[in-house]
Design a protein around this ligand. Structure first.
Ligand SMILES: [Zn+2]
Length: 184
């Protein structure tokens, strides 16, 4: 049985910490990933990193609905990629020169969204739930979700990528959220 995991909000120190790579995917870590997927689905998110449930292991989960994986002609961008993805020790090993700017949100930031420019395609390496090293090329929304979650594992948050103007615009909202999280 997966335990219920509350999602940590902005203002919690753990969100700025770097995750620790796992030596091996154990049964306990598989349970953690399963509980993370459950918490993410319940919150209607498409990605979640371990820091967002207060944990330090380098693991994130992604489950982007297939309808987001379409180009302008309605063709699948990543037809070989099966969701959900459970990524242990994920790293980005290559990024495309081509980038795009799209609006993002984050379960640790209720009511805050903003445009983030990211490479359109990335190659990632990770350890699968079967303990095997894998490489995956992701493009479009799938690539965006992976970059957002891998950022989390490095203590980087999507607001860090906001434009200068957008950072000023959300400053007070962020402060209120952090104060609320810290119980101030
Ligand atoms: Zn996030």
């Amino acid at each position: 049985m997966a335990e219920k995991l509350p999602i940590v909000k902005y203002g919690a120190d753990v969100l700025r910490e770097k995750a620790e790579p796992v030596a091996e995917v154990t049964e306990e870590l598989r349970d953690l990933a399963e509980a993370m997927l459950e918490a993410m689905h319940k919150a209607e998110g498409v990605g979640l990193a371990a820091e967002q449930v207060g944990r330090k292991e380098a693991v994130c989960v992604i489950d982007v609905p297939e309808e987001y994986d379409r180009d302008k002609e309605d063709l699948r961008l990543n037809p070989e990629v099966e969701m959900p993805l459970v990524l242990f020790n994920p790293v980005i090993v290559r990024v495309s020169k081509e980038s795009e700017s799209l609006s993002e949100g984050c379960l640790s930031f209720p009511d805050i969204t903003g445009a983030v420019r990211r490479p359109k395609t990335v190659d990632i390496e990770y350890l699968g739930v079967d303990n095997r090293k894998k490489t995956l090329t992701l493009t479009g929304f799938y690539a965006r979700a992976a970059q957002h979650e891998i950022d989390h594992l490095n203590g980087v948050l999507f607001i860090d990528h906001f434009s200068h103007v957008k950072k000023i615009a959300v400053k007070n909202k962020l402060k209120r959220l952090a104060d609320k999280t810290r119980g101030a």
